[in-house]
Write a protein that binds this ligand. Structure first.
Ligand SMILES: Nc1ncnc2c1ncn2[C@@H]1O[C@H](COP(=O)(O)OP(=O)(O)O)[C@@H](O)[C@H]1O
Ligand SMILES: [Mg+2]
Length: 319
């Protein structure tokens, strides 16, 4: 079946300061497909270009290069007065910090009824019933009471459930979830992941799940792509990528992994100074400056993608 979202050779350049010639490449030749009703986890540490990718997909940024297709059509086909709105409805985003994405002066009812009415998902008469239905769906009951509350009266996990309900209000086909549990208490993270898993499995919603935590990628997503400095270094079925990682960077990520839901904020084994600033003219493997296996070819030449097992790819000269 045709993937719901397909990305080919995506590139995003940002100017550094005001000079037109000083450019950093935040996303470098990224290609992937998101299948209907599946989750694709994009895993990588801070600065690897994950959020930039999501912002391109929600049209906050315009990509420098590459092709994006939604249901087989180039995004350009959705860009007209009516079509842009239609794409915006079908691809919803959930953010890391549910508090900043909710308006403190409005109650929960307002947050959910607004998208329902703007996108004409219900008539005014049926709106209240639909709001309650959405709250029940995301596990916020009793819905009648929750609807009257304000964001500050809810816990972080409950607020993220409201953000998910708001995304669901417009019947999306894809949800881009940008680190949706990383700011929440460890005790409620698994509940949010399980809610998303239910929406995926029972409602067929496709998820792009952005995370720095490869353990939750394995738990939630069918497919996993590992990013480093804007590059996809390894990707494929989550089981294969996480149980049999081939790229030295994926191995490094996995060596730092505890079980899902275990307490504690973990830092990856990263020496910050070694992370390169990638530029359009940069050469070689982006990981070569930190890689214990690096040789001359690694600093000179970008490795091609190799299929290391069926449906599992990596870019490394030393596979
Ligand atoms: N609007 C922007 N202008 C300039 N640089 C940006 C902008 N947005 C992101 N970047 C840079 O792009 C890189 C990737 O950022 P981001 O996509 O936020 O990474 P991640 O979400 O993986 O932490 C970072 O180096 C960041 O500083
Ligand atoms: Mg980010």
């Amino acid at each position: 079946m045709e993937p719901i979202l397909s990305i080919e050779n995506l590139i995003m350049d940002f100017r550094i300061g005001h000079s037109d010639s000083n450019i950093m490449r935040a996303v470098n030749d990224v290609s992937f497909e998101l299948n209907r009703g599946e989750a694709l986890a994009i895993v990588g540490e801070s600065g690897s270009g994950k959020s930039t990718g999501a912002r391109i997909l929600t049209r906050i940024y315009k990509e420098t290069g590459g092709n994006i297709r939604f249901k087989g059509q180039p995004l350009a086909d959705y860009v007209n007065e009516h079509g842009e709105l239609e794409y915006a409805r079908q691809v919803q985003m959930i953010f890391q910090d549910p508090f900043s994405s909710l308006n403190p002066v409005h109650n929960i009812y307002h947050h959910l009824v607004r998208p329902l009415l703007i996108h004409k998902r219900v008539t005014k008469k049926d709106a209240r019933e639909k709001v309650y239905e959405l709250l029940e769906l995301v596990g916020l009951s009793p819905a009648v009471e929750t609807a009257e509350k304000f964001p500050h009266e809810l816990s972080g996990g409950q607020r993220q459930r409201v953000a998910i309900a708001r995304a669901l209000a417009v019947d999306p086909e894809v949800i881009l979830a940008d680190e949706p549990i990383s700011m929440l208490d460890v005790s409620v993270r698994l509940g949010i992941l399980n809610l998303m898993a239910d929406l995926k499995d029972k409602q067929g919603i496709s998820f792009m799940y952005i995370t720095h935590d490869i353990a939750t990628a394995r738990y939630f997503a069918e497919k996993t792509a590992v990013m480093y400095v804007g590059h996809m270094v390894e990707w494929g079925d989550s089981d294969s990528v996480t149980q049999n990682p081939q790229h030295p960077y994926s191995k490094l990520l996995l060596s730092a992994v505890p079980e899902v839901g275990r307490a504690g904020k973990r830092e990856l084994l990263v020496k910050k100074g070694d992370i390169p600033l990638w530029k359009p003219e940069s050469q070689g493997c982006p990981f070569s400056s930190r890689c214990p296996m690096a040789t001359d070819v690694c600093t000179d030449t970008m490795p091609d993608a190799m299929e290391v097992r069926t449906g599992h790819f990596a870019r490394c000269h030393h596979l």
